[in-house]
Structure formats: C-alpha cells, structure tokens
Ligand binder design. Structure first.
Ligand code: ADP
Ligand code: MG
Ligand code: MG
Length: 906
C-alpha cells in the first residue's frame, strides 16, 4: 500500500526536509522543525502525489487516501486529547496548501476548521472566551465559503463594514462576542441565499471539502500564471497540510506575525518582521491592519510598539529560534509564527524570497560569516538578478528639486528597490491596457493575488495599505519590481479616479507618478531615471568604486564567477561605445560585430545605396570606394576599443532592399546621386523586392553575386588592423561568412577574401592574416558541418536564424502564434528567447561534434540572443562551446551563468 499521509509534530514525526518533492516545502519543513524540537502544532501532510491522483480521478479523493486521512486524524486527536466535532472540547485544524517550491499567497488555506453551531459553544466554554470563539467561527465561515464553496469573501466583508459603520467601531478587535455571533448568523444566511443549501455543519465533511479545495487551488488562474512566471511544472502538484490550530486571536497576550532572518529588501543582516496583537495569520499578510514591527531597531521613531518591547521573552525565543533555523538551513528564512497566550509556535519556515540586491548581499555576507562557501554562494545567485544591479535609479538632483517644489506626495515603506515612473493605473486591467502605450504604475489600496497580471504589466507598484510583508511587497520583490507599500497618506478614489495627497490631486490614466522603492518615496509627475551605481563606476566612471557598496558586491560576484568559469563571454557590439561598455562589464571580446549597421550612419547610406542601385560592376566599385574609408575607420575604432581582444566580424548579411529608399524623397535624392530619373530609381528599387526576403538574396549569397562587396569589406578590415598595429595597438579580427548552407558557398567566399588579403599584403609589404570562419545558422550547414569545417577556422552559431530556419518560424511574424504555443504547452518557452534544446540544440550539438571530428580544436561560439539566456548558456557549456556572446548589458548574466555551468558539472 502506498503511503499517502505523513504525520509531523507530537510523537509521530514521519517527514524531513529531504522529502520536499513528496511533502511540499511547507510540509517537509514543518516536519524538519519538529525534529529540531521547535514547537510546531502537530498535524499531517497529504502528499503531492495525491494531487495528481485526485486530478486523474476527475477531482475525486481515492478511497485509500481517505482511509489514511482518517487514521492520521485519529492519531492527531489522540495526541491533542481533543476530537474533531466534539461539542465539549473540539479539535480545530487548519488545512493548508504547500507546493514543492513555495508559491506565496497563490493557493488556498482554511483556518479554524471543525467549528459549527455546537462546537463554537464548546470552544467558548473551554476557553472561557466567547469573543475569541465567535471571532474564529466567523473567520472560518468566511474562509470556507470563499475557498471551498466559491462565495466571495467580499459578501462577508461588506457585513462587517456595515456593522462597523453602525456601531462607529474601526477595528475588528473592537467587535464583541455578541456582535460576531450575530454576524455568524448573517454569514450563514448569505451562504444559504447564494447556494440554496446550508453551511456544512459536519466537521468531517468540512475537512474533506477543504482538502479537495486546496488541491483545486493548484489550478486557479493566478496559480497557473505564477507557475509560468517561475517555471514551476504543472505536474508537481501541491501537498495538503492539516494542522492543529493555535490561536493568536485569544486576546492581547496573543498575536501572529511573519519574520525574516535578514532584510529581504536590502539584505542587511538584521532580524526583521511584522506582527499583530490579537489576530490570526491572514491578517498580517492581507494588509487590512497595518502591522507592527518586531524589533526595536525597526520600530525606530515610528511610534509603534515592537514585539521586542511588548513581549520581551517571547521575542527572545523567537529570535533564537529564527537564528537556529537560519543556521540549520544555511539560508535566509522567511517564517510564520503565532503566539497563543505568550507561548510561541512556528507555523512555517522557508528560504525567503528576496530582491536581487538582497540576494547578492546575503550570499556574500554568508560567505564572510562562514555559513556557506563561494561556490555555494555563486550557485544561489539567479543570473538574471544582475540586471537589477544595473537598472536605473532616479536622478538625485531632480529628486531634490521635486522635493523642494513640494512634489513629494507621501512616504511609504521601501518594499521593493528600484525606480519606476509611469501613468497611474488603478486596477490590474487598467494597468494591462495602459501598459501597451507606455510605462504604468499600479496604484491600489492593497493588492491581492487577482492583481497578478496587472503587477506583471506595471513598472512599479504602490499601495496605500499593507506592510513590508504584504502581498504587494512579496510579489513585487519576487518580480524585481520597484514597490512602495503602506503609503497611508494617499487617498485613492476609484470612483473619481484620483490619487490625492494633501493638495496634490493626480488623475488616473492621465497623470504620471514616480516611486522610489529603495527610499519609499512617492512623487507627483515623472522623474527621470539615472544609471545605477555599477554603471556609474564602470561605464560613466563618475563614481569611485570604493565608495559604492553596490558596486563592490557586484565586483565580488564577478570575481568569483571569473574564478570558476571556463567558458568565455563575448559581446555583440557594432560600435566602439557598446564594445567599451561590454568590456567594462567583463566581456572578453566581440562575438558579433555586424557590419551593415555601420552602413546606415549619416552620409554613408547614400554611398551604400549608390552601390546597391548601380547597374554594373563598375558603378558598384565606384560606390564601394566611397564606403571603404568609412568602414575602415569604424573597424579601427572597434579594434582600438577592444585593444587586442578578438573581434568577430560578420560580412554583410541582410537583404539589400533593406538599405534602399522606399520613400519619394529618398528616391529623388538617389536619382540625383546616380544621375538617372526618379522613375529609374523606383524601378531598380522594385526589382529588389522579394517575396520572402529572410530566405532571399542575403548573407553569403550577396557576396557570391557581388564579390566586390566582400572584397571591400575584407579590405576595410585588413587595412584597419594594419593601421592600428602601426599605432602599437594589437588587433585581432576574425571574419565570418553568414548564412552558409553548403561548404562551396564558404569556399567561394573565402577564396575572394584571401585573394584580397594577398593583394593588400603585397601592396603594403605586410603579412596580415586572420581566422576566417562561418556562421552555422542554416540546418544544412549544421548537418554537413564536417564538410563545412574543412573550409572554416571556427564556427559561430547564429541561433536566431537557426531557430527560424529549424522550426520554419519567421522571427518577425511569430508573435501572432508563439504565445499560444506556450500557453497551450506545445512549447515550453518562446524558442527565440530560450533555446529549444531538444531540436535546435541538437543541431548545435551535431554541428559541434561533426565539426570537431574534422578539426578537433575547432573554435565554437554562439552569437544569437540565446548567448545571454542563462539556461541556454548552460546548454552551450555542456555542448562544449568555447564562448557565448550577448548584448553588453547581459554580459554579467552570461558570466555568472557560465560559472554556474562549470560548478554544476563538477
Ligand atoms: P500561505 O501559503 O498562503 O502562506 P498558509 O498555509 O501558510 O498559507 O496559511 C496562511 C496563514 O494562516 C499563515 O499566516 C499561517 O501562519 C496561518 N495558519 C496556518 N495554519 C495555522 C494553524 N494551524 N494555526 C494558526 N495559524 C495558522
Ligand atoms: Mg504561509
Ligand atoms: Mg543570421
């Protein structure tokens, strides 16, 4: 018989942290904490496998699972000395979701299960606290109805608001036992009215209902969106945890809270958290009451009373427990706890989500503290996070000017660092709509999981309520978005569609708002962004590196990564400026220098057009002679910027019609240059039209029809190299031929190139030479790579075209169907963003293997967009590529991904 249910806590602790896949993150860590003798209310976990069985059985719990739940419940009742549904002394439980990877707030939980009209009286008597009993009952009816029976909690909230308005009360905690009791009655009426049946009174029926509802919550839309974003497979499923309730809502010696062992926003090594007196778990995260800080340090001069002051003993136990857990898991922990009559219980621990900045800082600090080593620290960094270190911040001077002009609207909590400015959107849908036109800031009283899509669309998130651990804060940090929370001075009027602070009134959909998620500041209007400190040090050189902690952390990570990686990282850059930025970020050469970009600049396009529109070789040669000095100068610039590092230059690639004028004025200008009629120019332009230009007259095909073009390019490169060498600067050009499908295309082109080089060497008495390679971007070239390699000094995989041609997907047109491919799970990812390893990757593998079968030390690189995608980078490492190349701002990401690839292979 398969074991489907595992107990934790009490005298039967069957799980451990190593059983995460089966028990889910929450379940396995509850068992782990229990085995460390940390007070955890006992309970049991129904495994993630059951989620799959349940779905396969058409949303039915298998009978043997039900039997095992019954057995575990009996054990639980035994250890507690209470029975589910016992009118005198009822056992109450929570029913909690818990996936392998935590999905905070994405799935459902039901608290206080086991209450009904009889047991609530029993609870009131046993506790001597009817207010607590009825508060628990109303919570249970609300949650159960919302989660299990699909009666939205707003219907109940409305009743509470009515009661508050009637009695003039502000807080839930002021509502009396009698009032809650009355509300319970009304709540049940709502259920009856909505569903035509009574609220279930049988605790066993309640339990099975809640278990099924948690399994169902795996497939809610928000959970699905979250999984997509975080690449969590749908097949994993969630576990269900049934756990004895402990009560934070029994009075002023009770409470509930969440804590982080380090600051999840900045990574500062300070214990950090929030709590509420006389409340139950959900209250803290829901942002309904603004919670209080846990430590005195955090409370600072806020006027709020910290837990450290309110309950010093409990605080000490909490701090010790949290420190122990951080040491045990060797990672920053995010914890949930409840205090029942000054007794502390731990309800959850997990590796805390953190911002990129915090993640990097924590990894470095933990190495310094001896908790983990460099390699472990490197493995923990999400390479994509480095983009946040390079993300813009607000201009400090402009911010000061805004402040002076009275445009600072309010201050809130710095919940997610970074700067965002955009038009105000008051709802998730509005954010989605407006974001099509430009940057948007989502402004809400508080966010809930339903707002997820809007949060994805927005540049930044601003809420009037909620703390550092509110939904908005946690989700924003996870997404790396700037976020300011709990800006209680803001008045958000969804009817008038305004956001007001003092006498500043902003209109939603019209006005801009700017938020500084690092400082928690909110400004009316649009502030401009400024380069990050890392950029200021490395690129602008306007900041001294020793004065920037952010930069130093960046440098530490890059230092470690460079130590452990073997694969090189180059950049795709066409200008000395871009190449310079990339080198500052750690690039070791140019992996792709596109020559055609150089054609468009300034006056030169006229000469290029003249060349293309010429009728004969002579005309083309005259025009090319004008282009030559310009190209030569460009190459000199890049060689100087790269100062001896390799520069891989691609010969002209795009179809010629991309260069010619399609407008009247342009055509008239060309007519003058060529000395022919406008009609004639029009005619020549039309002749270049192709039905399928991406598969038309482009790449090496151009050089085969017009060898004089590649001759000119080869000359520009060789002469530039000779010229800079004369200045004492080393130049290492590599020249590659694009779009080769047949070895003879390469052989022909190469012969032309070599002939030109020979001519130059003779003219100048020089002995210039450089590697001549080919791009592998046509499937035919990949599968005949052993032939192609005989003519090539190196391969560079053009994975954009290889994907385009391998799939037969036009890169420019795939937007109309690829998103559906992903949502219908035909493809896991957009193959233009992350390499399709099984198909296109196989072509890369074949070409690498066949190429090296002829030339064992054939150099291999990649220059498609995939060179900056961490998962693709790891694949390229496995295939044995020598380097990847990506855009300058992705260089640090590729460097860390390359290091991780080496470490993972160990
Ligand atoms: P989520 O995964 O959304 O955080 P949880 O299952 O952790 O959901 O539960 C939500 C809240 O309910 C948490 O704050 C948790 O502390 C509280 N809670 C869950 N189980 C219990 C329990 N047995 N006793 C008291 N509070 C609980
Ligand atoms: Mg939780
Ligand atoms: Mg290409």
């Amino acid at each position: 018989m398969t074991k489907h249910v595992y107990s934790f806590g009490g005298d039967r602790n069957e799980g451990s942290a190593s059983m995460r896949n089966l028990l889910g993150g929450k379940g396995c860590n509850l068992a782990e904490m229990a085995s460390l003798n940390i007070p955890v209310p006992p309970g049991f976990t129904v495994t993630t496998d059951v989620c799959t069985l349940y779905n396969q059985a058409g949303k039915q719990l298998p009978t043997d699972v039900i039997e095992q739940i019954k057995e575990a419940l009996k054990w639980l009742e035994g250890t507690r000395g209470k029975k589910l549904g016992d009118a005198a002394n009822p056992l109450l439980v929570s029913v909690r979701s818990g996936a392998r990877d935590s999905m905070p707030g994405m799935m459902d939980t039901v608290l206080n299960l086991g209450l009904n009209d009889q047991t609530v009286e029993g609870l009131a008597k046993a506790s001597g606290n009817p207010r607590f009993a009825y508060d628990s009952y109303r919570r249970f009816i609300m949650m159960y109805s919302d989660v299990v029976m699909d009666v939205h909690k707003d219907h109940f909230e409305e009743k509470i608001e009515e009661l508050k308005a009637k009695t003039g009360k502000k807080l839930d905690t002021e509502i009396t036992a009698e009032e809650w009791k009355e509300l319970c009655g009304e709540f049940k009426k709502i259920v009856k009215a909505k569903l035509g049946k009574d609220f279930p009174q049988d605790p066993w029926e309640q339990l099975l209902g809640a278990v099924c509802a948690v399994f169902n919550s795996w497939d809610t839309e928000r959970a699905i969106i979250y999984r997509r974003m975080n690449r969590i497979p749908d097949e994993w499923g969630t576990a269900v945890n049934v756990q004895t309730m402990v009560f934070g809502n029994m009075g002023d010696d009770c409470g509930t809270g969440v804590a982080f062992t380090r600051d999840p926003g900045t990574g500062e090594p300070y214990f950090f958290g929030e709590y509420l007196i006389n409340a139950q778990g959900e209250d803290v995260v829901a942002g309904i009451r603004t919670p209080q800080p846990i430590t005195k340090y955090q409370a600072a001069d806020s006027g709020l009373k910290s837990l450290e002051e309110a309950m010093p003993e409990v605080f000490k136990t909490l701090l010790d427990t949290c420190n122990r857990l951080e040491k045990h898991f060797k990672n920053m922990q995010d914890l949930e706890f409840t205090i029942e009559q000054r007794q502390l219980y731990m309800l959850q621990t997990r590796n805390g989500k953190r911002t990129a900045l915090a993640g990097i800082r924590i990894a470095i600090d933990m190495v310094k503290e001896g908790l983990i080593d460099e390699q472990e620290a490197l493995k923990r960094i999400n390479p994509d996070d480095l983009t946040q270190l390079l993300a813009p911040i607000f201009d400090v001077k402009e911010k000061a000017a805004f402040k002076k002009a009275g445009k600072m609207m309010a201050k809130g909590l710095p919940a997610g660092p970074g700067a965002a400015a955009g038009i105000i959107a008051l709802s998730a849908e509005e954010a989605e709509q407006l974001s099509a036109k430009g940057p948007v800031v989502l402004v809400r009283t508080e966010t809930s999981p339903e707002d997820l899509a809007g949060m994805v669309a927005a540049q930044g998130i601003l809420t009037a309520r909620g703390g550092m651990t509110s939904h908005a804060a946690v989700v924003a940090r996870g997404m790396g978005k700037p976020c300011v929370c709990g800006a209680s001075n803001l008045v958000i009027d969804t009817v008038k569609r305004t956001v007001t602070a003092g006498d500043i009134v902003l209109k939603a959909g019209v006005d801009n708002i700017s938020i500084d998620g690092s400082a928690g500041e909110i400004y009316a209007g649009k502030l401009s962004a400024f380069p990050s400190e890392v950029n200021q040090v490395l690129v602008d050189k306007s900041l001294d590196g020793s004065k920037s902690e952010t930069y130093q952390r960046f440098a530490t990570i890059m230092g470690w990564a460079n130590k452990y990686r073997t694969m090189k990282v180059r950049t795709n850059a066409d200008t000395p400026k871009d190449a310079g930025v990339a080198v500052a970020f750690g690039a070791e050469g140019v992996g792709l220098c596109r020559t055609e970009h150089m054609f468009f600049e300034g006056e030169r396009i006229l000469a290029v057009r003249e060349m293309i529109l010429s009728k004969d070789v002579e005309g083309r040669k005259t025009a090319l002679a004008k282009v030559l000095p310009m190209q030569r100068k460009d190459f000199e610039g890049i060689f100087e910027a790269m100062n001896g590092m390799p520069v891989n230059i691609r010969l002209i690639d795009p179809p010629l019609h991309e260069f010619v004028p399609h407008d009247e004025k342009g055509q008239a200008d060309m007519a003058k240059v060529l000395g022919v009629s406008v009609e004639e120019v029009k005619h020549r332009v039309e002749k270049l039209h192709e039905f399928n230009p991406m598969m038309g007259h482009r790449g090496c095909r151009l050089g085969i029809t017009y060898p004089e073009i590649i001759r000119m390019q080869m000359r520009a490169i060789a002469e530039a190299a000779i010229n800079v060498e004369k200045k004492g600067i080393k130049a290492h050009p590599e020249v590659m031929v694009p779009l080769v499908g047949h070895v003879k295309e390469l052989a022909f082109t190469k012969a032309e190139m070599l002939a030109e080089v020979a001519a130059i060497n003779k003219e100048q008495g020089a002995n210039f030479s450089c590697p001549i390679g080919t791009m592998i971007e046509i499937p035919r070239a990949a599968i005949t790579a052993d032939q192609v390699a005989t003519e090539a000094d190196y391969f560079s995989f053009g994975t954009n075209d290889l994907t385009q041609m391998g799939f037969g997907f036009s890169r420019d047109d795939s937007g109309s169907f690829l998103p559906e491919y992903v949502s219908k799970k035909i493809l896991e990812d957009d193959p233009f963003q992350s390499l399709d390893q099984q198909g296109i990757g196989e072509l890369v593998k074949i070409a690498a293997t066949k190429g090296r079968s002829v030339k064992p030390d054939l150099k291999l690189g990649v220059c498609g967009e995939h060179g900056g995608d961490p998962r693709s980078v790891k694949f390229f490492y496995k295939v044995g590529l020598n380097y990847v190349s990506c855009s300058p701002f992705r260089v640090p990401i590729a460097i860390v991904a390359a290091a991780q690839a080496s470490l993972e292979a160990k």
